[in-house]
Design a protein around this ligand. Structure first.
Ligand SMILES: [Zn+2]
Length: 239
């Protein structure tokens, strides 16, 4: 992420005289590594997106389990849906910087499945099955919209879906993401409250375990689960 440095003419002359460069090699190195990292992330997301859609029929067969289990429900799928109305992009991921710490909130798998429950996000496919919209765009002025969908039954893409309210797409998607964000923040605050109370209690014990700092208690009990693990676990259930 490149940053703009503003410099007045007097400062420029003084700096040139002192022989101090405006951007150091260390800054250039950091920027080039950030760029390489972003490229790697994009490739990784594209691989995950392909896997999710390729296995969407399997995922849908296990929808009720996914909705019921936080380990599955909260899997990051922010890359699976994209859309905008005019300049308003429907957020599926927020990267919030607090000091030097990043907090990232993603659209969860359960929310994506709930978005697809809305008629607005469903299309009848020629094969007779229901296809699900994964990309939309629209104009707030004319009310025109277009969308693309994927059919999990025959694995075909459907393009050029028109004449649907662009703001309905937008609001259904962003409301689901807002619900994810709210759940994340409330869950975090609850965990912190409990961890801190336990910590205060432990402080009274001079032989206390050093791993009873609140930060150690913020972790969840579940093993982390990504889309790859989910698909493997669902396949095994069907054997
Ligand atoms: Zn189909």
């Amino acid at each position: 992420m490149s940053q703009i440095v503003r410099e007045g003419f007097a400062q420029f002359c003084k700096r040139q005289q002192e022989g101090v460069s405006l951007v150091t090699d260390a800054i250039n190195q950091e920027e080039s590594e950030q760029k390489a990292y972003s490229g790697w992330l994009e490739k990784r997301q594209e691989r995950k997106r392909k896997l999710l859609y390729q296995e969407l029929d399997l995922i849908l067969r296990h929808k009720s389990e996914i909705l019921a289990m936080p380990r599955y429900a909260d899997i990051d799928v922010h890359y699976a849906l994209s859309g905008f109305v005019g300049y308003a992009r429907a957020s599926t991921r927020w990267e919030l910087l607090f000091g030097s710490s990043w907090v990232i909130v993603n659209l969860g798998l359960a929310s994506l499945l709930k978005i697809w429950e809305h008629e607005q996000f469903q299309v009848k496919c020629d094969c007779g099955g229901t296809a699900y919209i994964y990309k939309f765009g629209g104009s707030p002025g004319s009310g025109a919209s277009y969308a693309s969908a994927f059919c999990p039954h025959c694995k075909q893409e459907i393009h050029g879906i028109k004449n649907r309210s662009p703001w309905t797409y937008y609001h259904v998607a962003t409301d689901a993401f807002t619900a994810d964000t709210t759940r994340f923040v409330e869950n975090f605050l609850d965990k912190w409250k409990i961890a801190n109370e336990k910590y205060q209690e432990n402080l009274k014990d001079e032989h206390r375990n050093p791993r009873t700092q609140p930060v150690h208690m913020l972790r969840g009990d579940d093993a982390p689960c990504g889309i790859e693990t989910l698909i493997q676990e669902l396949r095994l259930k069907e054997v």
